[in-house]
Design a protein around this ligand. Structure first.
Ligand code: GMT
Length: 377
């Protein structure tokens, strides 16, 4: 019975970052459908509405002991999941990002008194592409995947990487990310004024700025644009931008770059811009690119990971080979000189986002995989 209501546990990271944002959005969509959703994390996930009916947030606290050089989070998380699984009779625990969530879920399943708990693990990116190649983690991740009842990845590219790096022992299902756009709280004009954008063509980049995002290449690409005096780059930074400031100065981009740390709501910043720019070395999906698509913004990005699955090259966005800042600058310049093309690609991006990446299309796929795992004796 696909309409039966489930008790679902979701373990995720609470910080600004795609995996926690997707997990929170999924939790709220499931709760809106009448399921009881128990969320486990060490802090309230940034975009989770803990007041929403059907959402139950279980903060996991970590004990600090002098003996421990490094505090352990995996075991307290496993204990909390097992406790709630027993008290609430959870059907599913859905681990977002393998480390340490999938391992904690497995330990919880073994500890729980009830024996029907099923584990679904969703891999988000660096849990495979980075940690999966780290010999300190690889074996534990592989073991946790083998002992998950169902494994999903957020793109086909990540599925291929996963199958290359691990022996999962079962088929891996691709379930793309989804996004439900909020409504900007101020007008484009007001936001552009607040950011000091004048009438300049505005590039937008949102990320946690980790090494993999290659902020150095982002800045170098903008510095190479022949139209750079007509360009602003708005960076919505999920972490401190300080370490990149020097590069801004070396490249002479002080008048071009506008940084806002933890810009919220993100829709205001996207709406104020004209084009997304992503220069990551690897990106399993790029949720932020999808957020732009929903608000009619095309993006330009390096051809890595799942990005070509999210945008349709030449129609809803533009791609360059990884590291080719000249090509990226050339493509940005072409759009500065023909902004109507950016507008047309933005409209196509929005159409693609609504056709493929809405909650209405994606959430039923997760529900179906929960039901499938529960159907197996
Ligand atoms: O794997 C990560 O780097 C963490 C994760 C996060 O929490 O931001 O990002 C990944 O998951 C997102 C949501 O599925 C994807 O949109 C990002 O592309 C992916 N990041 C990478 O692959 C680098």
């Amino acid at each position: 019975d696909s309409s039966r209501k489930l008790k679902i546990g979701i373990a995720c990271y609470p910080l600004v970052g795609g995996s926690g944002i997707l997990a929170s959005a999924l939790a709220m969509e499931l709760a809106a459908l009448g399921h009881q959703v128990h969320v486990f994390s060490y802090a309230k996930p940034v975009r989770l509405d803990v007041e929403m009916p059907g959402i139950h947030f279980h903060p996991v606290s970590v004990s600090k002991y002098k003996l421990f050089e490094y505090a352990d989070y995996t075991l307290p998380l496993a204990v909390k999941i097992a406790e709630v699984a027993d008290q609430e009779n959870l059907d599913i625990i859905h681990a977002h990002y393998a480390v340490p969530h999938a391992t904690a879920a497995y330990i919880a399943k073994r500890m729980a008194k009830q024996d029907k708990l099923r584990i679904v693990t969703t891999l988000h990116g660096t849990d495979t592409t980075l940690l999966g190649r780290d010999s300190n983690y690889r074996r534990a991740i592989e073991y946790s995947l083998q002992h998950s009842d169902h494994v999903t990845t957020v793109s086909d590219s990540l599925r291929r990487d996963t199958e290359e790096i691990f022996d999962v022992g079962k088929s891996v299902e691709v379930i793309h990310n989804f996004y439900t756009p909020g409504i900007p709280t101020v007008s484009r004009e007001e936001m552009r004024e607040e950011l000091g954008l004048g009438d300049q063509f505005t590039l937008f980049h949102a990320s946690n700025l980790r090494t993999v995002k290659r902020v150095d290449l982002l800045l170098e690409s903008v510095a190479k644009c022949r139209n750079r005096d007509r360009i602003k780059l708005v960076i919505v930074a999920g972490n401190s931008f300080e370490e990149h400031q020097k590069k801004v100065e070396t490249l002479g981009l002080e008048d071009n770059v506008v940084v806002r740390e933890n810009g919220y709501p993100i829709e205001n910043y996207i709406e104020a811009s004209d084009l997304g720019v992503y220069t990551s070395q690897t990106e399993s999906f790029c949720l932020s690119l999808l957020e732009g698509m929903f608000l009619s913004k095309a993006s330009i990005a390096f051809r890595v990971g799942g990005i070509p699955e999210v945008m349709e090259e030449g129609v809803s966005g533009l791609l360059c080979e990884f590291g080719d800042c000249e090509a990226m600058a050339e493509k940005i310049d072409a759009l500065v000189e023909d902004p109507q093309r950016a507008v047309r690609m933005g409209a196509a991006a929005r159409e693609r986002a609504y056709a493929r990446f809405t909650a209405g299309r994606i959430v039923p796929k997760y529900l179906e995989c929960y039901e499938q795992t529960l159907a197996v004796e």
